[in-house]
Design a protein around this ligand. Structure first.
Ligand SMILES: *[C@@H]1O[C@H](CO)[C@@H](O)[C@H](O)[C@H]1NC(C)=O
Ligand SMILES: *[C@@H]1O[C@H](CO)[C@@H](O)[C@H](O)[C@H]1NC(C)=O
Ligand SMILES: *[C@@H]1O[C@H](CO)[C@@H](O)[C@H](O)[C@H]1NC(C)=O
Length: 153
């Protein structure tokens, strides 16, 4: 009896999953060719950390992915690439950025000056695109150290 019940439950789960997937697909096809998922849109970090700006896209074919950095100083292009091909990293971020096939980038050993808005744009071959933003706060000290300093004062 037990294996049969497990089997039924599994089947139920698969059906629901498939339904959800179908709905998502229908939704994306209606609005845009590209869909973009950003699990965490605000990241708090401390100096010297390696930070993953994590995204996941889906679209038809191989898109072009572009990341830009926006702060009070203006807009700066960080990197542009097609998954599977070599990334074109701008001079300002040379040797400081790694790219992943899902569109994510990693920033190595961040500084306070890396704080700001990171805008990713995924553009399909046919021209439709989708963008998203991740806000990065880089602070000098950890929260605990700041609290300690307050106590000392
Ligand atoms: C980041 O820090 C701010 C306060 O500085 C806090 O409000 C926010 O919840 C934090 N976010 C995360 C993802 O930890
Ligand atoms: C994208 O890929 C990286 C590296 O494999 C992974 O760590 C990250 O979780 C992925 N992002 C999402 C949103 O799946
Ligand atoms: C890389 O980017 C720079 C600046 O955006 C551009 O001038 C150059 O042509 C690009 N190189 C390649 C190989 O795409």
């Amino acid at each position: 009896m037990r294996p049969l019940r497990t089997g039924q439950r599994k089947h139920h789960g698969v059906s629901l999953g498939f339904l959800a997937l179908s709905l998502t697909t229908a939704c994306c096809l209606q609005s845009q060719g590209v869909s973009l998922y950003i699990p965490q849109s605000t990241i708090n970090a401390t100096v010297k950390e390696d930070i993953l700006l994590s995204v996941e896209y889906s679209c038809h074919g191989v898109p072009t992915i572009e990341w830009k950095y926006t702060s009070n100083w203006g807009v700066q292009k960080i990197v542009e690439w097609k998954p599977g091909a070599q990334a074109n990293i701008s001079q300002s971020h040379k040797d400081r950025v790694g790219t992943f096939d899902n569109g994510s980038i990693q920033l190595f050993s961040v500084g306070v000056r890396d704080s700001g808005y990171y805008v990713v744009t995924v553009t399909e071959h046919l021209g439709s695109s989708q963008f998203g933003t991740i806000v990065l706060h880089v602070s000098e000290n950890t929260a605990e150290e700041i609290e300690l300093q307050d106590v000392e004062c």
